[in-house]
Design a protein around this ligand. Structure first.
Ligand code: PLP
Length: 426
């Protein structure tokens, strides 16, 4: 296929007709395909079935704690060591809690709004209309959480090496109602980009640059170890840089084992400075007498010291699915000037940008013939993609054969919608 701009109206209509026939043929097979689910498939979950045997009747942690009993708000030592292996921060600066980093993020933002984390009068809720910066496209649940807790959101562009830091610095320097920034620094959801060293260094300094004296970096490192190649790709160490910059009380780091072991039965981690961890621990102790330390012990015994080896087994399952996505996109769209997409080397998503105004149309076209895509707009706050152009592709859960078919259908939808648009604009 040649570039659309080089085709006259007649050739364009003929091409649209041919592609529509192709789509009709495919959809005649009654499709039920789904590229929405950013979760591990059963084969990945099976990699961690060894968790079950890891307790083997011995419930005692390395420090003598009986994990069956109450207490241990920060988590048992070996679980915090496991957190350290994943997050690359000292175990003493980690709380291991619950099964979900998202719930730790919720708790942290809630605490920042309600009473702050510094033991002084600073709290976000005291400001009129507090807001967070949201690099876009981004993770939909960050947006839902932020809105739910009463904060506004201001979009900044996500570039190949992280958020547009010139824009970020200007915004936070000018407006004291901007209280923080969401970051997914490695294999970001959904673009798959990893923040460059320069971007991480500038983020570590943001609390100093910010007009707000209670600015916090929310560092959601959900895909810290989810590489496709090993040794794993390095990421500059935010906590170390923040300590050097004197901003360590204003960064909170999150991770979990959700996409390492069993997504619903894993461990959540939050890391920060001694002062902020104290505040978080006090908040946790108001709601629980302690976390599930049996699960912590199980995870530490199963995974401790072999995270990279385990993640290489995930990569062997996940990487071919990402390659299938790239293969179809490269083959079908690379010669056309109608879409761009990311080529992540890890994580769970590929981000596809189509011509402005067409993502919704493509989503509908795909849904009509049985291909489910993450609802267009979901990668932006308030589900509002101002240019209506971003689509998120989540290839992990579907079967490899289905991914190939789903991608072929998706590119047909992209081509048809774009040609129809081109015709309507001539
Ligand atoms: N953060 C990001 C960026 C994610 O993509 C996800 C899940 O898709 C989560 C957090 C959820 O993490 P958890 O299962 O630890 O709550």
């Amino acid at each position: 296929m040649t570039r659309l701009a080089d085709l006259n109206n007649e050739a364009l209509s003929a091409l649209a007709e041919q592609l529509e026939q192709e789509l009709e043929l495919v959809s005649g097979n009654r499709l039920s395909l789904d590229l929405t689910r950013g979760k591990p498939d059963a084969e990945q979950l099976d990699l961690s079935n060894g968790l079950e045997a890891a307790i083997g009747g011995n419930y005692i942690a390395s420090d003598g704690t009986d994990t069956r009993n109450y207490g241990g708000l920060r988590g048992i030592p070996e679980a915090r060591e496991l957190g350290a292996e994943i997050m690359e921060v000292p175990a003493e600066q980690i709380i291991c809690w619950g099964n979900s980093s998202l719930s730790l993020m919720y708790l942290s933002v809630d605490l920042l709004m309600e009473s702050g984390i510094w033991g002084d009068a600073r709290r976000w809720g005291a400001t009129d209309a507090p807001k967070l910066l949201t690099p876009v496209p981004g993770y939909d649940r960050h947006f839902v959480l932020t809105e739910r807790l009463g904060l506004g959101m201001i979009n900044v562009a996500m570039n190949d090496a992280g958020p547009d830091m010139d824009a970020v610095c200007k915004l936070v320097g000018d407006d004291a109602s901007i209280k923080g920034i969401w970051c997914v620094p490695k294999y970001s959801n959904p673009t798959g980009c990893t923040y460059s060293d320069e971007v991480v260094a500038r983020i570590a300094e943001l609390p100093d640059v910010a007009a707000a004296d209670d600015f916090v970096v929310l560092w959601d490192n959900a895909y810290a170890v989810h590489d496709f190649q090993f040794p794993r790709r390095p990421l500059a160490n935010l906590l170390e840089l923040a300590e050097r910059a004197g901003t360590a009380d204003n960064v909170l780091l999150f991770a979990s084992t959700s996409k390492i072991t069993h997504a619903s039965g894993g461990l959540g981690f939050v890391a920060g400075s001694p002062a902020t961890l104290n505040a978080l621990e006090a908040r946790l102790s108001a709601s629980s007498v302690g976390p599930d330390k049996v699960n912590q012990l199980r995870h530490a015994r199963f995974l401790g010291g072999r995270v990279e080896e385990h993640m290489a087994n995930h990569a062997a399952i996940v990487k071919p699915k990402f390659e299938a996505v790239q293969q179809v996109l490269d083959q079908e769209l690379s010669d056309l000037d109608i879409a761009t997409w990311t080529k992540p080397e890890g994580g769970y998503f590929v981000s596809l940008d189509v011509r402005p105004g067409l993502a919704g149309t493509i989503g509908k076209l795909a849904a009509d013939i049985g291909l489910a895509l993450t609802p267009p707009g979901a990668t932006f706050p308030y589900k509002d993609d101002p240019q209506d152009r971003n689509l998120r592709i989540a290839p992990t859960f579907a079967k490899l054969e289905d991914i190939k078919t789903a991608m072929e259908v998706l590119v047909l939808c992209v081509k048809i919608a774009t040609i129809r648009d081109e015709i309507s604009k001539r």
